[in-house]
Ligand binder design. Sequence first.
Ligand code: ADP
Ligand code: MG
Length: 256
Amino acid sequence: MTLPNRSKIEAKGVSVFYGDNQAIRDVSLNIDQDRVTAFIGPSGCGKSTFLRTLNRMNDTIAGARVEGEIRLDGDDIYASGMDVVELRARVGMVFQKPNPFPKSIYENVAYGARIHGLARSREALDAVVEQALTRAGLWNEVKDRLKDSGTALSGGQQQRLCIARAIAVDPEVILMDEPCSALDPIATARIEELIHELRGRYAIAIVTHNMQQAARVSQVTAFFHMGQLVEHGDTAQLFTSPREERTKDYITGRYG
Ligand SMILES: Nc1ncnc2c1ncn2[C@@H]1O[C@H](COP(=O)(O)OP(=O)(O)O)[C@@H](O)[C@H]1O
Ligand SMILES: [Mg+2]
């Protein structure tokens, strides 16, 4: 049985400029609810830039300008009435380098939930923290040391803590920008396993420079080159019979 392809995010004709430099050129791409989308392509091709348009993180970069249209469940996220703080809770982000706050494990996860008013009592907050840590596959490792600093965890645990922090504010989409590039192979495998477990509950887009990882974790792959979306589609198809010459060159290692 094949899953219906429900689009969670629809990007149409998106261009991004840093001052005079155009980093993304007229990209149209949907992010599915049920299928993980991987962004691949050589360094500097615009993967992170495009990912950041999906929750308006480029707004925080001076001189960055976004054109085109991005809809989340049909709503234009660049509309003037859009609450960007709320948007970034709905579309959470996990970065390359794990970046826990210098606070306790508990506080790292509770912080956003409290700010967004997701728990009315201490018991409710405890439950949010436990659920987020459980979904991030970290609960059993930290349940007896919730007061320890988040920064004292291993790199892989820190990254799962950052995923728990994103999950705690009840997101609909999780964006990951090379979430394993600072991790060892075992911690990487744990995150990849987690992506499988989270699929379907959250729409997921992941940037990776590792093509094997894209093949393992995603069902849809989007290949970017010099700011353009060269091709995208079913992951297995893209890696075995790419339509475009540039894709073929990239996946066969002719440039990187
Ligand atoms: N904050 C920024 N300010 C100015 N230019 C940027 C910024 N971030 C990225 N760029 C430029 O945009 C292009 C795409 O970069 P990026 O999105 O980081 O690519 P990737 O993630 O694929 O490596 C590059 O030319 C890069 O130099
Ligand atoms: Mg990048």
